[in-house]
Write a protein that binds this ligand. Structure first.
Ligand SMILES: [Zn+2]
Length: 282
């Protein structure tokens, strides 16, 4: 089903025809959200706490209100969970998946504003405000996510000040990510930005091997593919990464941290300040 608006214009652009699988982005929200089976977590997850840090940071009683309603779903890479302006009927708590929140322009260009992984929630503020997605949410890295019906979260949040507080604080964290991204994109080099991006993806994914094409990285950073290719080559020659088709292996984490701009540490510090713990935990 085709939808009207800027989200569709990019599919008419030759660049997008070459870089974005049309079938995935043309699916309706309902089709996208029900493309993979989900199963109830309380029936299959024995651990009392969630691998998602947002959920794990909630007091046990408040998490206990959510837990019976959580379902686990496998998110397929590059699936669009929400377009900007879509009605939100569920929220995602990524566990191993990573979701990019991106801004798209009428010309078809887009740029990542924030990244949500096992440290957060996608479209959580819809439970307290209007249930509309403010940006496109696309699965950057395939993996598992907990999913919760928005109306259930609304009803539970009405009863739980801890959940309402966590949702607002997470939104503050997202805002700090977005403003840092704006400053970073305007002032820092592609080399520093790519390093920052790889460090964040590594921390959310927990492995050194990241499955990304250069086309996808270029879209996230809002630069040309040739720029990503040049910078990836420079990082590889410096011994910081190894790049093979569709996979980036981080081979020198400390070296990558030195090349990265300050924005990576700034965002991590913001998470700790607002949500009371490190964004990456053992
Ligand atoms: Zn930066």
């Amino acid at each position: 089903m085709m939808k009207n608006g800027p989200g569709n214009r990019q599919h008419n652009d030759p660049y997008w025809k070459n870089h974005r699988p049309a079938a995935k982005t043309q699916a309706s929200v309902a089709e996208r959200q029900h493309s993979a089976p989900a199963w109830t977590e309380s029936a299959v997850v024995a651990k009392p706490r969630s691998p998602n840090y947002f959920l794990a940071s909630l007091p046990a009683t408040d998490f206990g209100l959510l837990r019976p309603h959580l379902k686990t779903k496998e998110l397929v890479g590059e699936t669009v969970l929400f377009e900007a302006g879509d009605s939100v009927d569920c929220v995602y708590f990524p566990r191993t998946a990573i979701v990019s929140l991106v801004v798209t322009l009428s010309t078809g260009e887009m740029i990542e504003a924030a990244m949500v992984g096992r440290d957060g929630i996608v479209n959580g503020l819809a439970a307290l405000g209007r249930p509309i997605s403010l940006c496109r949410a696309v699965v950057q890295m395939a993996g598992e996510s907990s999913v919760l019906d928005l109306n259930k979260l609304r009803r539970i949040a009405d009863r739980s000040s801890a959940i309402r507080t966590a949702l607002v604080r997470h939104e503050q964290f997202l805002r700090s990510q977005v403003q840092q991204s704006a400053a970073c994109n305007a002032t820092h080099s592609v080399e520093a930005r790519l390093s920052r991006w790889l460090l964040r993806a590594h921390e959310l994914n927990g492995t050194h091997a990241l499955l990304f094409t250069q086309e996808f990285l270029a879209e996230m950073l809002g630069v040309r593919r040739t720029s990503v290719s040049l910078v990836a080559n420079t990082l590889q020659q410096a011994g910081l990464i190894k790049y093979r088709r569709g996979q980036i292996q981080i081979t020198n984490l400390e070296g990558l941290q030195e090349v990265s701009c300050e924005c990576h540490e700034t965002v991590k510090a913001s998470y700790k300040r607002l949500l009371g713990g490190p964004s990456v935990r053992p």
